[in-house]
Design a protein around this ligand. Structure first.
Ligand SMILES: [Zn+2]
Ligand SMILES: [Zn+2]
Length: 338
């Protein structure tokens, strides 16, 4: 099978023939139709995350927004049939038996396997996956539309779900990229009034077209003052990887408001305790999502409430996509079409 492989961190991916994977008894083999390209794939290829590097395999096939058709299955797989279309998310496997799994937080399972990191992912023609952790894709969605929902979609879905937004509350989204434009739609469909913040007018116009009621360009406007004039945010979702976005988000909260940590700046976040206490600010993080979160977000999209802006490219262009990603030139989501 053809695959794009990380052989050396910080080097371009090598596109070459690789051995056909053999599914174990509890696995299925997928003929991949589409795989989204996430910023995390670039971070992994660059060896950016020291904690992750201890568990990442090499050589490695990246890709954790995978949709494909089952073409082979192991002897113990009874709940899936050959020919079914399924997807695979970042959480490749969770044990199902530990304290966190039993609490419904399988995304935090200490025994988890990670697609395209600790096991091979979807930048390839074929991939094996755990039958227990693949998720059926609704017929209303194409494979290319569905793929980005397996990471980008579920990540913002869970971040917003955790905030338990009420109708009419103000949700500010910092960064209208691959994740942010999905966050605008998910927040809006939960009844929130959405405020979009970015440094790019085109992305802000896009957010407005998706239903954002206010748009703030952080380079030409004073974000904190504008947010204060709107009454402050009940929830700030920061998808941007700029620390400055977190600083602005913190002072954009109304008292009792919350920041959802989604974007990952390299430097630590710092908030003064006195200001946190004075306004009872909440700060919480969200880590991708569970299988149920993925099913929920796929269902939202199948009902037409959520649409990811995508551009499809062949596998051979993956290194060019990474170059565009480094330069911040991608809007929406790039999806490899296999
Ligand atoms: Zn991802
Ligand atoms: Zn577990």
């Amino acid at each position: 099978m053809k695959a794009a492989i990380v052989k050396q961190f910080k080097e371009p991916l090598v596109i070459e023939e690789s051995a056909r994977p053999t599914p174990a008894a509890d696995e299925v083999l997928l003929q991949i139709a589409a795989c989204g390209v996430c910023h995390s794939d670039l971070h992994l290829a660059e060896g950016d995350w020291p904690q992750m590097m201890k568990i990442v395999k090499t050589p490695l096939i990246l890709g954790h927004e995978v949709v494909g058709q089952i073409i082979e299955k192991g002897a113990a797989v009874t709940q899936l049939e050959i020919g079914e279309r399924v997807g695979v998310a970042w959480i490749h496997y969770a044990c199902g038996a530990c304290e966190l799994c039993l609490e419904g937080n399988e995304n935090l399972c200490p025994k988890q396997q990670i697609t395209g990191a600790t096991v091979d992912g979807g930048f390839a023609e074929l991939m094996k996956a755990k039958a227990s952790h693949v998720i059926k894709v609704p017929a209303a969605l194409t494979s290319e539309e569905a793929a980005p929902l397996f990471c980008a979609g579920v990540t913002v879905y869970r971040a917003i779900k955790k905030a338990r937004i009420h109708s009419g509350q103000r949700v500010a989204i910092f960064g209208i990229g691959g994740l942010g434009h999905l966050a605008v739609q998910i927040a809006q469909s939960s009844g929130a009034q959405v405020i979009a913040i970015d440094v790019n007018d085109e992305k802000l116009a896009f957010a407005q077209a998706l239903g954002a009621t206010h748009c703030i360009n952080a380079t030409t406007e004073k974000t904190v003052q504008r947010m204060a004039s709107l009454g402050g945010a009940h929830l700030c979702i920061v998808t941007s990887a700029a620390k400055a976005a977190y600083d602005a988000a913190f002072y954009s909260l109304r008292p009792g408001g919350a920041i959802a940590v989604v974007g990952l700046p390299a430097e630590p976040l710092t908030f003064p305790a006195i200001a946190m206490v004075g306004r009872e600010a909440h700060i919480y993080a969200s880590a991708v999502g569970t299988r149920q979160d993925v099913r929920d977000v796929l269902e939202m999209a199948a009902q037409g409430k959520l649409q990811c802006q995508i551009e499809t490219r062949p596998l051979e262009q993956v290194n060019e996509i990474f170059a565009e990603m480094r330069a911040g030139k991608i809007s929406g989501r790039m999806v490899l079409k296999l």
